[in-house]
Write a protein that binds this ligand. Structure first.
Ligand SMILES: [Zn+2]
Length: 378
């Protein structure tokens, strides 16, 4: 029973107050005595071109030696794929070498793919109407927010939904992978994380229309059919309209729950996602998604927050999640000292995470590998 529900149940009787402390201690005890053997540790890793299978085995052995249970490897980055398929431009079939190496070392292999952005030249050229549109009626193709690669697709367009379904399908049918890991499964950030705003020389004290998506004809028409309102023509301040905001949350949720999860399950594959703590800003209501695991990216430095924020955010994710899937808290290794890394790991576990995912392989020095190994084995 959760503390909050427990207190509500008890009400304010004198007896209740007398026993509350004892019972609350009992409630929280299992968390403190959590069995580390039941936790899982993960690592995100980017593709490295030109490595042989043995080369991959050498690389990944660092992770397995430290006690990492699973690898999340980027095999589609919105421009290039790194696995054999007939659907996306292929750079090199890295998956065919890395996945068997990973399994020989006793770790799971999950294929990390970008979901909504698409920077494939042929798609940009042939399907400009697939792309998301902002509150000024500007396509991401003409005015991408923040960076050139922020070319997000419209989540409600049926051809887009089919394109992304095929991306998942191309991975799910590969016998060597254990799961699919969705990244960028969202709209562009209407408000960037606080510490990132100065990097782009912008101040976002509220939601501005040039960063607010998706106002495509598809999305507006569906919303109008449901409500009678065209958000662009009929609302003075559409971003503040609750129904329109929920519609955007639902656009991503429908894609995940009704299209991508069933595709992965058709091939009996796990499916997970990297998700945001400030989920409203990226229209990512992940607590309602039917995934097998969630990896919130709890990069405290991006939000000008301390390490304890990782515990609080993990806890709020656990509390909000509709299914009982595990949460693996993501930590940003390059911004943390070895000592902070230890605290971040503990904060995630104290918040109810079933383990931690480290971002990313390339940022881990030999010293930090020692810290990770110690944390996992202690
Ligand atoms: Zn749209």
């Amino acid at each position: 029973m959760k503390k909050r529900q427990f207190l509500k149940t008890l009400g304010h009787s004198a007896l209740a107050l007398a026993v509350t402390d004892v019972l609350l201690e009992a409630c929280s005890r299992p968390q403190q005595q959590i069995n580390r053997n039941q936790l899982k540790s993960w690592i995100w890793i980017r593709p490295i071109e030109g490595l042989s299978k043995d080369g991959w085995k050498d690389k990944l052995a660092k992770a397995s030696d430290a006690g990492i249970d699973g690898i999340l490897m980027e095999v589609y980055n919105s421009t290039w794929s790194f696995f054999e398929n007939e659907h996306l431009p292929l750079k090199e079939d890295i998956l065919a070498k890395a996945a068997p190496a990973c399994h020989e070392l006793g770790m799971e292999f999950h294929a990390w793919m970008w979901t909504m952005p698409c920077n494939i030249p042929a798609v940009i050229e042939n399907h400009p109407h697939w792309y998301a549109v902002n509150g000024l009626d500007e396509s991401v193709l003409d005015k991408p927010a923040y960076v050139d690669y922020y070319r997000f697709l419209c989540p409600r367009h049926p051809e887009v939904q089919d394109f992304i379904r095929k991306n998942v399908s191309a991975l799910a049918r590969i016998p060597e992978i254990d799961g699919i890991h969705l990244d960028y499964v969202r709209l562009p950030d209407v408000i960037l994380a606080e510490a990132l705003q100065p990097k782009y020389d912008i101040v976002q004290d509220r939601e501005y229309p040039q960063y607010d998506y998706c106002y495509s004809a598809y999305c507006r028409n569906i919303f109008k059919e449901e409500t009678g309102i065209d958000p662009l023509a009929d609302l003075a301040n559409p971003s503040s309209n609750d129904a329109w905001r929920q519609f955007r949350f639902d656009s991503i949720t429908l894609l995940v729950n009704d299209i991508l999860v069933p595709e992965a399950k058709k091939y009996d594959k796990q499916i997970s996602a990297a998700v945001f703590p400030n989920w409203q800003s990226v229209r990512q209501q992940w607590h309602r998604w039917d995934l097998d695991a969630f990896y919130p990216m709890l990069y405290n430095n991006f939000y000008n927050e301390n390490i304890d924020w990782i515990r609080k955010q993990t806890q709020s994710g656990v509390d909000a999640l509709k299914n009982n899937a595990p949460i693996f808290s993501g930590v940003y290794v390059s911004e943390l000292s070895a000592e902070q890394l230890e605290k971040a790991y503990q904060a995630a576990i104290d918040g109810g995470a079933k383990g931690v995912s480290f971002f990313d392989y390339g940022a881990i020095s030999d010293q930090k590998w020692k810290t990770i190994s110690k944390l996992i084995s202690s």
